[in-house]
Design a protein around this ligand. Structure first.
Ligand code: AOS
Ligand code: ZN
Ligand code: ZN
Length: 382
């Protein structure tokens, strides 16, 4: 149990700056009182999540949603607030020029503009000390014949190589895939295989980012996780949960069993310390800070259950071909109520055993609602 607790205590989950701003769907962005008006205020909110969970010591930025003049100063601001700046997320999807794609656009001038932005993101990483650059491309086509699928792969490879060659020190590139949306016919990085193939060619600094909401319904995500970890190519998760498409709901809300199965493969592949755990969620109708705290608790619960799987008993059942016994071992861990264990761990670490309740009692929500007038949309309205 001490080993399980030590692993849980070491787990770090990054929160995204855009989770703290107003968000919604293409039908309506709902505003909430007290949402941040600046990158600094988003960092303040992320620091609250860390203060109550002890598990979220970094916050991901999004460029240009979190644009400031001095990123070194922003990183110092974060450190003073009790967190650090984590992954830098690029944005080559919110500009009229990118209608036909960014790095895969048929127009070389548009491609250049997109690559320049990605290189600028690496400059930001140099200033903040961030290790990871996360790339998600909305690039793709809507109609058969609209553009040449293979040429677009060539353009993508060229852009990725240019950015990859700009990385220094311990900097890494995370390439995220997504089945569809906003492109509806082809997407240029639609699945883990495409991302993996590009990362393999690029080199060891390039790894795949698995956003749990980016698959076709019924996809076995834990298989993808097992495969990528085995190949040393799983860099990060964007955690969220979904019922239909890229819903960006709180991780573990829709399917906690799937989250457990994914985290079991992480534990099985010794990935707990290797892989970056990030949340990529929007809280459209629920409060944002407690929404993030709840999500972190959900990841911790799934991780605790994954760590409780009796690996020796599982192996022996598997080796003897005892299907039911193997499944029993697995389900025993999943059906364990780990909330007392996590509460005990939090108390031992000087935290409140119930982080959401502690946040509610803290008065922070009332304070920001009173002090912050005119909070901003996260940028990601849809
Ligand atoms: C988009 O669907 C992806 O999940 C990206 O990770 C995106 O960059 C993120 O949602 C915020 O930009
Ligand atoms: Zn994502
Ligand atoms: Zn997404």
């Amino acid at each position: 149990m001490d080993a399980v607790k030590a692993k849980l205590a070491g787990q770090r989950i990054e929160t995204p700056s855009w989770a703290y701003g107003n968000s919604g769907t293409r039908f309506k962005v709902f505003t909430q009182p007290g949402v941040p008006r600046s990158p600094e205020e988003k960092i303040d909110d992320a620091a609250q999540v860390h203060a109550f969970t002890g598990a979220a010591p970094s916050v991901a930025l999004h460029i240009p949603w979190d644009k400031v003049d001095d990123y070194g100063a922003l990183a110092r601001y974060a450190r003073d607030a009790g967190v650090v700046v984590g992954t830098i997320n690029s944005n080559v999807f919110q500009d009229d020029d990118y209608k036909l794609g960014s790095v895969t656009n048929p127009d070389p001038a548009v491609r250049r503009k997109a690559v320049d932005h990605l290189l600028e993101c690496v400059d930001v990483m140099d200033a903040t000390g961030s290790r990871d650059l996360k790339l998600w491309f909305s690039d793709g086509t809507n109609y058969p014949g609209q553009d040449d699928i293979r040429d677009r792969q060539d353009r993508l490879a060229e852009a990725l190589a240019t950015v990859y060659n700009r990385l220094t020190g311990d900097q890494r590139m995370l390439l995220e895939y997504k089945l569809f949306e906003p492109a509806f016919y082809t997407t240029d990085v639609p699945d883990w295989g495409t991302s993996y193939a590009h990362c393999l060619k690029l080199g060891e600094r390039a790894t795949v980012c698995v956003d749990t909401g980016h698959h076709a319904p019924g996809t076995n995500i834990e298989f993808i996780v097992a495969f990528l970890l085995r190949e040393g190519k799983l860099g990060a998760f964007d955690f969220n949960s979904r019922f239909y498409a890229d819903d960006d709901l709180m991780v573990g809300a829709a399917d906690p069993f799937q989250l457990f199965r994914i985290l079991y493969e992480v534990v099985r592949g010794d990935g707990l310390e290797l892989v970056s755990f990030m949340l990529d969620q929007c809280h459209n109708i629920e409060l944002k800070i407690p929404g993030q705290i709840r999500s972190i608790c959900n990841v911790q619960e799934a991780t605790a259950k994954a760590l409780l799987v009796d690996r020796a008993a599982l192996k022996s059942a598997q080796d003897s071909g005892d299907v039911l016994a193997a499944n029993d071992v697995f389900m025993d861990a999943y059906n364990t109520d780990v909330r007392p264990l996590l509460a005990e761990l939090r108390t031992e670490r000087g935290l409140d055993p119930d982080p959401v309740a502690a946040y509610r009692r803290s008065g922070y929500q009332q304070k920001i609602a009173a002090e912050r007038v005119g909070g901003e949309q996260a940028g990601w309205g849809a």
